[in-house]
Design a protein around this ligand. Structure first.
Ligand SMILES: C[S@@+](CC[C@H](N)C(=O)[O-])C[C@H]1O[C@@H](n2cnc3c(N)ncnc32)[C@H](O)[C@@H]1O
Length: 260
């Protein structure tokens, strides 16, 4: 089994929250249409609350858990300031979920591939009410693509990852492990049924500085990884990206749902 480090996002909470594009409202709407009850929802591997917060408008209570303490602290503080008293934040590994028949909806945003998928699928199935919904939500990165600015940005990022000797922070082989045992099969074995996938796109416009913020929200080259080299990287980034006046990216999002 491919195992991810447990501290990959340490130090990224503020950048993650500020620079990750939100999930499109149409995706949230589509998610809500397939969920029958509005009692309790759970955001597993919640990060700083990219799904918990929009869902909070619609559910009586929302639990949100993540293994990284600083993401949870950031999210809790932001929600408190927004008056979202019915969202309960907890530091917890998704694999340790032990609720039984508690939730109308469990969401996992951009994270299922990072988890021990079989364990989480079995526990999520047990934690859902009958007919409850598990939703895997996905977003791609603005850095993915073949535009000249994307190629230039990726060349620089790759060069710095090599220089800093951090290429292996994200385990090699995670994609082939997922391909070898697709998530739908994992969920089916755990008892889920009624699979559905919907895709969405959103046009996004970036500046050089906002895209730098996005890089700092990643697990592979954030401020903690750069450490004392941060200002040298920023200098190289601005020099490399200065030639690109238009930085537009079409982002794709996916919503995969299954019923307990
Ligand atoms: C790419 S971020 C996604 C954050 C947010 N859910 C979103 O949709 O943007 C991945 C998150 O998964 C969390 N994570 C990874 N493995 C985990 C695990 N085994 N249990 C709980 N959280 C985990 C990380 O700490 C990180 O916050």
């Amino acid at each position: 089994m491919v195992e991810f480090r447990r501290d990959l996002y340490r130090g990224t909470a503020a950048d993650y929250d500020r620079f990750r594009p939100p999930y499109p409202p149409e995706l949230i709407d589509a998610l809500l249409t397939c969920v029958r009850g509005r009692g309790r929802a759970l955001d597993l591997a919640c990060g700083t609350g990219q799904l918990a917060r929009p869902l909070a408008r619609y559910f009586n209570a929302v639990d949100a858990t993540d293994q990284e303490a600083d993401a949870v602290a950031f999210a809790r503080d932001k929600a408190r300031r927004a008056g979202l008293a019915h969202v309960h934040w907890r530091v917890e590994r998704a694999e340790d979920l032990d609720a039984v028949g508690a939730y109308d909806l469990i969401v996992i945003g951009n994270a299922f591939h990072r988890l021990e998928r079989s364990t989480v699928a079995i526990r999520a199935h047990r934690a859902l009410l009958e007919d409850g919904v598990l939703a895997l939500v996905w977003a791609n990165s603005p850095l993915r693509g073949d535009a000249p600015w994307q190629r230039a940005a990726n060349r620089l990022i790759d060069e710095w990852r090599r220089q800093l000797d951090v290429v292996d922070r994200v385990p090699k082989g995670w994609r082939s492990a997922v391909d070898a045992d697709p998530s739908e099969d994992v969920l089916r074995r755990a008892g889920f049924r009624s699979f559905r996938r919907d895709e969405f796109t959103a046009s996004t416009h970036w500046t050089i500085e906002r895209l730098l913020g996005f890089v700092y929200s990643t697990s592979f080259l954030n401020r903690a990884v750069l450490g004392r080299q941060q200002s040298r990287f920023e200098h190289a980034w601005r020099e490399t990206m200065a030639g690109f006046s238009t930085i537009d990216a079409e982002l794709s999002f996916a919503l995969e749902t299954a019923r307990a």
